[in-house]
Design a protein around this ligand. Structure first.
Ligand SMILES: Nc1ncnc2c1ncn2[C@@H]1O[C@H](COP(=O)(O)OP(=O)(O)OP(=O)(O)O)[C@@H](O)[C@H]1O
Ligand SMILES: [Mg+2]
Length: 311
């Protein structure tokens, strides 16, 4: 099925429901992701964040509803959608450079690889330089730190020139210092490339710090349905944050406004005793879609704008 392509919308989920057996996991998700957005997705453990990411990649199909990329229906996984997971996706028996170029190599016949090997390795080195790993090109994964391996995994995804880079808890296994360094690295990369990033994390601080848009999924809400066996997660928060200076400065994490934002979202999405009615969801992003009333048109809450005194 084709959908009318809208130039600034890259990815669209339309009434997406995902069930496993008789359990509803994702309950009517409508989301429209613009080109160049850095979308962070948070929510309580088990609410369906990874399930949503697998739907975006095409590893799973929705029970109902549709997913579109550039107006065309999302099919099985392909290089359009690059992925970085928490646990390293590197082959232990390949060097850093071979890991970064492996997908290129696998797409070629041996004679084609022999012909283009030099150019592909040069390209691989350029991506390794971009993630500051060129000096480690000939090491094997076991000789790298966790943070270095994740940089290589990011280069492995970047070389595919994906339209959307999907990341599922990519830094969760790292120590706090390395994690913060890689958060800044992702922001720098995003500033440089303005690529569309779909970043799943259970860490609310990470989500507020990184995202130009924060989407919170939660199963803690009420609605007017009666006799519903199980309510799955919905988008209960969809906020826009400004990019720019604040993105580069971890100092923002120490501000009162940052702490307040986290507290608000924690209450809205993570607190089982705080169940908002669906009409009260915090859908202030300009492209938010209210399940009740269609597109919402409200002014965005802009964290950086407020910090800069302009919001
Ligand atoms: N293949 C599957 N078959 C059956 N149930 C599944 C399957 N995959 C996930 N689930 C269930 O779907 C729910 C959502 O899982 P998911 O992994 O998407 O959650 P999550 O939000 O990513 O959690 P976490 O924060 O712990 O990573 C869970 O209850 C999980 O047990
Ligand atoms: Mg998960």
């Amino acid at each position: 099925m084709q959908q009318k392509a809208t130039p600034d919308v890259l990815f669209q989920l339309e009434h997406v429901v995902k069930e496993y057996g008789d359990k509803v996991i994702l309950d009517d998700i409508d989301l429209s992701i613009g080109r160049g957005e850095l979308v962070t997705v948070v929510g309580p453990s088990g609410c369906g964040k990874s399930t949503l990411l697998r739907l975006v990649i095409g590893q799973e199909s929705p029970t109902r509803g549709n997913l579109y990329i550039e107006g065309g229906e999302v099919g099985p996984p392909n290089p359009d959608r690059g992925v970085v997971y928490q646990h390293y996706s590197l082959f232990p028996n390949l060097s850093t450079l071979d890991n970064v170029t492996v997908n290129r190599r696998l797409a070629l016949y041996p004679w084609q690889w022999r012909q283009s090997r030099k150019a592909i390795y040069e390209e691989g080195m350029a991506y390794l330089e971009r993630v500051d790993m060129a000096d480690h090109a000939h090491k094997y994964p076991a000789q790298l730190s966790g943070g270095q391996r994740q940089r290589v995994a990011i280069a492995q995804a970047l070389i595919q020139k994906s339209k959307i880079l999907c990341m599922d808890e990519p830094f969760s296994a790292l120590d706090p210092g390395t994690r913060e360094a890689l958060q800044m690295f992702v922001l720098e990369l995003w500033e440089e490339t303005k690529m569309t990033i779909f970043f799943v994390t259970h860490d609310l601080e990470e989500a507020v710090y990184l995202g130009t848009r924060l989407v919170a999924l939660s199963q803690y809400y009420t609605d007017d349905r009666v006799d519903v066996a199980s309510r799955g997660a919905k988008v209960v928060v969809d906020r826009q944050f400004c990019s720019g200076d604040r993105a580069m400065s971890p100092a923002i994490k120490a501000t009162a406004e940052f702490a307040e934002t986290i507290q608000e979202i924690r209450l809205q999405a993570f607190d089982p005793s705080h169940t908002q009615h669906i009409s009260e969801f915090d859908l202030s992003h300009p492209h938010s879609i209210s399940i009740q009333s269609g597109p919402v048109h409200r002014s965005p809450k802009c964290l950086a704008g407020t910090l800069n005194g302009s919001g």
